[in-house]
Design a protein around this ligand. Structure first.
Ligand SMILES: *Cc1c(COP(=O)(O)O)cnc(C)c1O
Length: 365
């Protein structure tokens, strides 16, 4: 993206930006998802008229009629991406076209109007530029962007809406997990599944998350951090976590992740780590992995590391897996050498410390 491209978004600056001292205090310890920047982008869609009324404006409330269709039939999709601070004081997005494409696919699956890729890219670019003072500079921090779309037509009746609102807002982000780099414990859910063939598992929609919360609550009751879901048909194959993909590392140095068969969210972090692992000369398999095999491999020591990955949590080591009547430790319980190496390789590219061989970084300023 070049800065000289003519914007189709009108800019209406906030009249009440947060005072500098308050912003600095938030940026010093942002946590995740608690603090928000001054602006947002909104673009409206109306059947027959198309996308219109795009603007960068002060972050504020979205007034909704009680009959607004998203509130009843859950046509809602979202994305998650980050603007990373660069060594020269600028900022860059990581593979934003991949988010733009996935957003279109999610829209199509939910029978919503797909937002043109160009408009998606322009919106995130414009917001990062407008709120550039909100990018945290500390190691491991970034400005998290949350593009989303909802059905805004005010009417009852089960059918695709004919009006949508696209919006993107920003939140300075530090560590996703309070514990930092220590391994998380996963709970294997027997009572719940996340996605079924033909369902919405490979679309990034809020409904998938709503459906995962009872399982997450079960995991918490069992003293675990996150749920790991098995497939809906055989209840045997490992799929992913509620909001992160999963990788396994073996004794022989090879790594494995479940294949994208339609019930797993195609993570951009997942895809990038596969590329980076192959760049390092590691063997990567996209193959199914059974829960019984996982237990056996953890016990025998064939499985040496496991980690979860996603934009928000980056790369998170998995220390332990628990289920009804079993508990298995993985490796040392902390980040193993392969996990650490992959995480560093990714962060080095994102933070502009390593050569961007694959052209993943898109400069905003
Ligand atoms: C967003 C998400 C991921 C991770 O995707 P990234 O593009 O790597 O951030 C994985 N699983 C689910 C269910 C998700 O919603």
């Amino acid at each position: 993206m070049s800065n000289d491209r003519q914007s189709t978004l009108s800019i209406q600056k906030s009249l009440m930006p947060l005072p500098t001292a308050d912003r600095s205090a938030l940026l010093a310890n942002p946590g995740f998802g608690r603090a928000f920047s001054d602006h947002m982008v909104t673009i409206r869609y109306t059947e027959g008229r198309g996308w219109h009324d795009g603007k960068v404006e002060a972050r504020g409330m979205l007034p909704l009629d009680p009959s607004t269709m998203v509130l009843h039939y859950a046509q809602e999709i979202f994305e998650g991406m980050k603007a990373y601070p660069q060594p020269d004081g600028g900022a860059a997005l990581f593979r934003p076209e991949a988010n733009a494409r996935r957003f279109q696919k999610s829209a199509t699956r939910l029978a919503m109007a797909p937002l043109p890729e160009e408009l998606f890219l322009e919106s995130v670019h414009a917001l990062v530029l407008e709120d550039r003072d909100w990018i945290p500079q500390a190691e491991g921090s970034a400005l998290y962007l949350r593009p989303f779309m909802i059905a805004t037509e005010a009417a009852l009746g089960v059918r695709p809406a004919n009006e949508y609102l696209y919006c993107v807002f920003a939140s300075p982000a530090g560590n996703y997990f309070k514990g930092g780099a220590a391994g998380v414990t996963l709970w294997v859910s027997e009572n719940y599944i996340r996605a079924a063939p033909g369902g919405t598992g490979d679309a990034k929609c809020g409904g998938n998350y709503a459906a995962s919360l009872a399982a997450q609550a079960e995991a918490t009751r069992e003293g675990c951090d996150q749920v790991v879901f098995l497939d809906a048909v055989e209840r045997k194959w490992v799929e992913e976590l509620g909001g992160m993909n999963i990788f396994f590392v073996f004794e022989d140095g090879s790594i494995q992740t479940p294949p994208l068969t339609g019930t797993i969210l195609p993570g951009i972090t997942r895809d990038s780590l596969i590329v980076l692992a192959r760049d390092m000369g590691l063997t990567v398999r996209e193959e199914q992995y059974g829960i019984d095999q996982w237990k056996a491999d953890a016990a025998s020591g064939r499985l040496t590391e496991a980690f979860a990955c996603g934009t928000a949590a980056v790369v998170t080591p998995i220390g332990k897996v628990k289920g009804k009547g079993f508990e298995a430790a993985i490796g040392s319980g902390d980040a193993g050498p392969v996990t650490t190496r992959l995480k560093s390789a990714l962060l080095d590219i994102q933070n502009g410390r390593a050569e961007d061989k694959h052209g993943w970084m898109k400069r905003v300023f």
